[in-house]
Design a binder for this molecule. Structure first.
Ligand SMILES: Cc1cc2nc3c(=O)[nH]c(=O)nc-3n(C[C@H](O)[C@H](O)[C@H](O)COP(=O)(O)OP(=O)(O)OC[C@H]3O[C@@H](n4cnc5c(N)ncnc54)[C@H](O)[C@@H]3O)c2cc1C
Length: 390
């Protein structure tokens, strides 16, 4: 994408030529295959399946995933993933990232706990972009209190019968597979299992949700009316599946925090470019000390948060990070994102309220980052408990 991240990488101890190679190839792919179409995809509320497959063929969907299923894992660290994320952020549409990358949260449980047959059947198809997989945890009755989820799977001989509903599910309209959290046992997290549900199973239906932003990313409510799921689609041991994937939420939070920095940087770039062109009171907007300070303040917030992201990624790779680190980091990043998007919109003035620019779109996408994947309130409370504050 732009020069801000190029400068950051060039002076960072965490990036080398291998990261640069990913930047250049993803940059070319996104500029050619996504940027020219993003407005049309936002209007259609969907990215085309053909584009998803092209992204798979270009290697975007397999970064950091096992080579045996078509991924690229040899020598790949969090910073390669960050480099790719930064480039996917370039069109300034978070729905693009969401639609392409849902499998980064939905596939790891299959890879970690699934049977060999399940991995062979699902992983290559998802990594190549032929199939889409989504993660379905949140229910209409609530998302924060996962321990109380109600969707029930009753074991009946060689299958489970699933009844209930999930909502706000990213890629839920396009998905072929769903990694679904279901209650198979008693109350609490210890009664929750994971099932691989497939879109053609009788009793399954879905409907789309219209959102404030992330328009090219489809989002759905799912309905399970006695869905018959073969017992071999159980992901991990019964009543243990969910507890065993809890650690995965740490890397999801790390990547979400980096995503916030990437989109905040798009805002700063566009605000700075506008301030360099627009004139008020006889001089460029950027020459007014108030606006210059605003831009500097945005750079301060982004750099501080990016440094925290990078340190947490370094700790993560060395297994030095505590769960509280990821929770605190995500809150830091969503607050930085929110402040930067706000200030960028101020710099644009009325133009920021008119459709057709990246800041207007990104401004509408801030809320989902502060709520999805652990809201600010829930994460701060979690961190407070983990750090022993009361
Ligand atoms: C666009 C989008 C995409 C999403 N994609 C997915 C997906 O792919 N898969 C999936 O499973 N989910 C997904 N989600 C759901 C998301 O993870 C939930 O919205 C989130 O977990 C919060 O749950 P909730 O919306 O039900 O809010 P609730 O749990 O009802 O909470 C409402 C508000 O109250 C606050 N709150 C709740 N309890 C407390 C408390 N004890 N103390 C203080 N404050 C509290 C919360 O922080 C929140 O602000 C998505 C959401 C959106 C908007």
């Amino acid at each position: 994408m732009g020069k801000l991240f190029d400068e950051w990488r060039a002076r960072s101890p965490f990036y080398d030529d291998t990261h640069e190679a990913i930047v250049q190839s993803v940059r070319r792919f996104i500029a050619l295959e996504a940027t020219p179409h993003i407005e049309a995809w936002e209007a259609a509320r969907l990215i085309p399946g053909e584009f998803h497959r092209r992204a798979g063929a270009a290697g975007l969907l397999g970064l950091g995933l096992p080579e045996e299923y078509g991924g690229t894992s040899e020598g790949i660290d969090s910073f390669h993933v960050f480099a790719q994320t930064e480039e996917i952020a370039a069109p300034g549409a978070g729905g693009l990232y969401s639609a392409l990358m849902t499998h980064m949260v939905a596939l790891p449980p299959v890879l970690l706990l699934g049977t060999a047959e399940m991995k062979r059947r699902v992983a290559p198809a998802v990594i190549s972009g032929e199939k889409v997989i989504a993660l379905a945890i949140t229910e209409p009755s609530g998302g924060s209190d996962v321990a109380r989820l109600r969707t029930r799977a009753e074991r009946r001989g060689d299958h489970y019968s699933v009844n209930g509903s999930k909502t706000f599910i990213s890629s839920g309209m396009r998905a072929d597979y769903f990694t679904v959290a279901v209650r198979t046992g008693g109350p609490g997290l210890g009664g929750i299992s994971l099932l691989l549900l497939e879109k053609d199973m009788p009793g399954f239906s879905r409907s789309p949700l219209e959102k404030m932003g992330w328009h090219c990313g489809d989002t759905a409510t799912l309905y399970f009316d006695g869905v018959k799921v073969p017992a071999e689609n159980l992901i991990g041991p019964e009543n243990e599946g969910f507890v065993r994937i809890l650690e995965n939420f740490n890397s999801e939070r790390l990547n979400a925090a980096h995503q916030c920095c990437a989109y905040a940087r798009v805002c700063l770039e566009d605000a700075a470019a506008w301030a360099a062109e627009r004139e008020t009171f006889g001089k460029k907007l950027g020459q007014h000390p108030v606006i210059r300070s605003k831009l500097a303040d945005m750079a301060r917030l982004i750099d501080a948060t990016q440094a925290y992201v990078d340190l947490t990624a370094w700790r993560f790779t060395r297994k030095l990070a505590r769960p509280a680190d990821f929770a605190l980091l995500k809150v830091q990043a969503t607050r930085t994102f929110e402040q930067v998007a706000r200030e960028a919109a101020q710099v644009l003035g009325g133009a920021s309220f008119i459709r057709g620019n990246r800041i207007e779109r990104i401004y509408r996408e801030v809320r989902v980052m502060a709520i999805g994947g652990g809201s600010e309130e829930i994460l701060l409370d979690l961190a407070g408990r983990q750090l022993g504050f009361g």
